[in-house]
Ligand binder design. Structure first.
Ligand code: ATP
Length: 393
């Protein structure tokens, strides 16, 4: 069909696993050609769904009848084989990454995409390697932590958001684990990554707005309203609240109660924790956690905010209790993420299992079930509605 033959293994040594997501595995890669500068990369493999009769199809979903263009070709990268265009619907991330490559990259605070390959295992995104660890992991390991460091984090995330928002991209899943440091240097840039749930603003479908951990989800996403760049600003407000207190702004016994609190913007600054935090930081959090999205500051606005630029951020070491709370929050979060990732993979792999049985065996909340259901629906958007009904029964 005239497609160029390119194999990932011709150009990269693929090494150890760096991390796993619901539908992806990320490995370290080393470029074989020594003339290239970007020697070390991260290779994120998004599993491709094949035909039911295809032995390369681990999940057995019928393949969408489809378009003629391959996913990599859609991104403007030369391709090695023909894949249905519908596969691109399964990997929304690829479409968003294309937009990033065209409109944002290179940016110090947004992950860069270098290349795309595809083969029977799936689509491989060759990404900038971030070897500096996750945001909270580094903060809790620091010997000294003050508002100044927190402001530096917020400044970098705001800078990345400003760039993607300018390209009309809404991240929609902004959370600390999606912010990685580029390297281990103390002044390493922080990168926003994982655009798997992102969307191009003008195409936002409110039905798929319920993705993401509920802790960071905006009121409009919970109420299936219009999701805009301001929804990311809410998530940033939640991250800032946690950075300065060690716990999330909305805590409740059940997810339903938590949802209600989020939708009402019902949070407070407990005197005991917050008495040492500057007024400017608290005001900024209140502005970001405003229920009406139009009244939330934009990322661009934040870049000149006196606390964010560092003028009003206190430089005194933070109360050690805040850091230790952040440590346990981070540990709990990691445990939970690992559990959910494993449930997620199992769910997809054992597609005949009913959602309801997961509630009993894995103690998923209703919201998590709903997220799984919607995510599953998105995967099945290529036309496999029968599979979805089977899953929903
Ligand atoms: P999720 O199911 O959480 O949405 P995902 O399938 O979108 O996950 P990512 O979150 O992008 O996958 O990646 C999974 C893990 O792989 C990350 O938590 C991180 O540890 C690691 N990882 C991803 N991209 C990189 C990178 N560019 N450099 C280093 N590690 C990475």
């Amino acid at each position: 069909m005239g497609y160029e033959t390119r194999k990932l293994s011709d150009e990269y040594e693929v090494a150890e696993v760096l991390g796993r997501g619901g539908f992806s595995v990320v490995r370290k890669g080393t470029r074989k050609s020594s003339t290239e500068t970007k020697t070390h990369v991260a290779i994120k493999t998004l599993r491709r769904l094949g035909t039911a009769s295809n032995s390369n199809n681990p999940f057995g979903f019928p393949r969408p009848k489809g378009g003629e263009k391959s996913t990599a070709a859609m991104m403007g990268f030369p391709t090695c084989r023909q894949v249905s265009v519908s596969d691109a619907l399964l990997t929304n991330e690829i479409l968003v990454m294309r937009r990033i490559v065209e409109n944002v990259s290179p940016h110090p605070n947004v992950i860069d995409l270098y290349d795309v390959y595809e083969d029977s295992n799936g689509v491989h995104l060759v990404l900038e390697l971030c070897s500096g660890g996750e945001l909270f992991d580094r903060i809790v390991a620091q010997d000294r932590y003050s508002e100044t460091e927190a402001a530096c984090v917020i400044r970098q995330i705001a800078s990345g958001l400003e760039a993607i928002h300018r390209a009309n991209i809404v991240h929609r899943d902004l959370k600390p684990e999606n912010c990685l440091f580029l390297d281990v240097r103390r002044d390493s840039p922080l990168k926003i990554m994982d655009f798997g749930l992102s969307s191009v603003e003008e195409f936002t479908d409110p039905v798929v707005g319920l993705f993401g951990s509920i802790d960071y989800v905006s009121p409009e996403a919970l109420s299936q309203g219009k999701i805009t760049t301001k929804s990311d600003m809410w998530s940033l407000g939640v991250i800032l609240y946690i950075l300065l207190s060690g716990y999330p702004p909305f805590i409740a016994e059940s997810n339903r109660q938590k949802q209600q609190m989020i939708m009402n913007g019902n949070f407070s600054f407990y005197e005991k924790t917050w008495k040492g935090i500057s007024h400017s930081a608290k005001q900024l959090i209140s502005d970001l956690l405003t229920v009406d999205p139009s009244r939330r500051p934009s990322a661009q606005h934040l870049l000149s905010h006196p606390w964010v630029v560092g003028d009003k951020a206190k430089d005194d070491a933070m109360d050690p209790e805040i850091v230790s709370r952040l440590q346990s929050f981070n540990a709990r979060r990691k445990l939970r993420a690992a559990a959910i990732a494993s449930v997620w993979s199992t769910t997809i792999f054992l597609r005949t299992k009913k959602l309801k049985s997961l509630v009993g065996t894995h103690d998923l909340t209703e919201q998590e079930i709903e997220n799984l259901r919607i995510s599953f629906k998105k995967i099945c958007v290529s036309g496999d509605n029968a599979t979805l009904s089977e899953f929903e029964e």
